[in-house]
Design a protein around this ligand. Structure first.
Ligand code: FMN
Ligand code: ATP
Length: 266
């Protein structure tokens, strides 16, 4: 998979060098079941058309840029992890567009013309609620028209869990409430973070609310299941010394064992 960072300075260059392809559109934080359905659908279209397939996402999150940094976004995964998962899903090109105020002010038609039509997109795939362009006024029902009918559009229906749309926001809320089993159902797998023995939690991961959790720790030295504590400042307290020689751990979260209120007395 080729990862290409796009900004206003290199846009012309890439417009000339990217082959015709099928694109999946969206931010895709956490790559949950809904996101995977969009990417799977794009991959199927690409295979049928014998074309490469891409994902176009942005960085940083529109919310943090549009609030001038006042609204902090708790990412579910850093870009490197997103790259790793996208590659495993068969994505050929991962475009990361620099999201800044100038980009945010593009009209829906400008975005579609410069970043889709002139970018070699012949078929776009997005979820039913994908939005684009200034104030997010572009939506899937006008995407084909905004491209002057140059690209085909496939809209993916809502993937739900107990009648509710699966979303990155719902997953962040469940994480913040310590509902790790619910998070697992929405993601389709246990939530994972990377933790360094000296540096702590790696950037752009979110940890659940304070409490005691049953997790699996995985490292080059092996894997081991135990309880760990999330402290008030969202720091992790890992008492197990089984993997003490390993600096970098993947923590796979299973369920909450104890509430924060019980921790104080235990
Ligand atoms: C060119 C462009 C301009 C955008 N401008 C705005 C904006 O002014 N306000 C806003 O809230 N979101 C804006 N967005 C963000 C989108 O509404 C949307 O959140 C983003 O494309 C990710 O889509 P998704 O949330 O469906 O994954 C813009 C997106 C694009 C592509
Ligand atoms: N549950 C879902 N079912 C189908 N498509 C989805 C679902 N969730 C997101 N998508 C689609 O996946 C792409 C990426 O969406 P986005 O990153 O906005 O995810 P989200 O989970 O809705 O995030 P947020 O909660 O921050 O709005 C978009 O095309 C969007 O329409």
């Amino acid at each position: 998979m080729h990862t290409i960072e796009i900004n206003f300075n290199n846009l012309d260059f890439w417009q000339e060098h990217i082959p015709n392809h099928v694109m999946a559109l969206g931010f895709f934080d956490g790559l949950h079941k809904g996101h995977r359905e969009v990417i799977k659908t794009a991959k199927e279209v690409a295979i049928a058309k014998q074309l490469p397939m891409s994902v176009m996402s942005f960085f940083p999150h529109p919310k943090s840029v549009l609030s001038n940094g006042k609204e902090q976004v708790d990412y579910l995964m850093p870009l490197d992890e997103k790259k790793r998962v996208l590659e495993s899903l068969g994505v050929d090109f991962f475009f990361i567009v620099e999201f800044n105020l100038l980009f945010a002010s593009l009209s829906p038609q400008q975005f579609v013309s410069d970043y889709l039509v002139n970018f070699g997109v012949v078929h776009a795939v997005c979820g039913f609620d994908y939005t684009y362009g200034y104030k997010g006024i572009g939506n899937t029902s006008r995407l084909r028209e905004d491209s002057n009918f140059c690209i085909e559009v496939k809209e993916v229906q809502c993937v739900k869990f107990f009648g509710q749309k699966i979303s990155s926001t719902a997953i962040r809320n469940s994480l913040n409430a310590g509902k790790l089993q619910e998070v697992q159902k929405l993601l389709g797998k246990p939530y994972e973070v990377k933790w360094h023995r000296y540096e702590g939690l790696l950037p752009q991961y979110t940890v659940p609310k304070p409490g005691v959790y049953f997790v699996t720790l995985e490292s080059k030295c092996g894997s081991y299941s135990c309880n760990i504590k999330v402290l008030q400042n969202r720091e992790l307290h890992i008492t197990s010394n089984k993997l003490e020689n390993c600096k970098l751990l993947t923590i796979r979260w299973h369920y909450k064992v104890e509430e924060e209120s019980c921790m104080a007395t235990s």
